[in-house]
Design a binder for this molecule. Structure first.
Ligand code: E4P
Length: 218
């Protein structure tokens, strides 16, 4: 399973990269704004900075809602770096755009997916990734993990190549549930990944080992 970081924060991206577990990055306009990155030129420059750190795919989101506009934006985005994946919202114009880009071999990530029907359409259009939002479904008392399971079953039934990128993943249990189901990718904040490190028996076991070792060195 690939680990993508869901952030525009360069320090966190560098930290995940240095940890050795970073496979890619996803961003969205809200994550950019959170880092104070606003204005088209600044945003494009920021993608360049992200791509300089990351070795894998970097999702960059379009903000047009018509296919012609999305295609224009896609051209600008893919010129930044070959790692750029064009992130496109799950709307009718988005599906048209995904189909046009995938026919040209350009990587896409279909975002804002909240149902299996939407995921089926994204795969039919040839999306490289589909991004079902786990946490946001949980937020409204629906089962985000159940949606991941449903999409994986459907894709396996037909051999769709679209990768299931579990998005809006908020904590380590989300990551583990996605791993059990066989999701191709999870995208989440750094603290959800580093939380996987923690176990009280690791801490107490290490403390005891070090204390015992030091007995011979006093
Ligand atoms: C998807 O790629 C989105 O950027 C993201 O995962 C949304 O997460 P949130 O629901 O925590 O904002």
């Amino acid at each position: 399973m690939k680990f993508f970081l869901d952030t525009a924060n360069l320090k966190e991206i560098q930290e995940a990269h240095d940890l050795g577990v970073l496979d890619g990055v996803t961003t969205n306009p809200s994550l950019m704004a959170k880092e104070g990155i606003t204005g088209k030129q600044t945003i494009l420059e920021h993608y360049k900075a992200i791509c300089a750190i990351v070795e894998g795919d970097v999702s960059a989101e379009v903000v047009s809602t018509d296919s012609a506009g999305m295609l224009r934006e896609a051209e600008e985005l893919i010129n930044i770096d070959p790692k750029i994946v064009v992130k496109i919202p799950m709307i009718k114009e988005g599906i048209k755009t995904i189909k046009a880009l995938s026919d040209r071999g350009i990587k896409t990530n279909c975002t804002l997916v909240f149902s299996a029907g939407q995921a089926l359409l994204a795969a039919k259009a040839g999306a490289t990734y589909v991004s079902p939002f786990v946490g946001r479904l949980d937020d409204i008392s629906m089962d985000g993990i159940q949606l991941i399971a449903q999409i994986i079953t459907i894709y396996r039934n037909y051999g769709f190549k679209t990768q299931v990128l579990a998005a809006s993943v908020r904590h380590p249990v989300h990551i583990l549930k996605c791993a059990e189901l066989g999701a191709d990718v999870v995208t989440c904040p750094l603290n959800a990944i580093t939380a996987l490190l923690n176990h009280p028996l690791t801490d107490s076991g290490l403390a005891k080992f070090l204390a015992d070792y030091n007995k011979g060195n006093q």
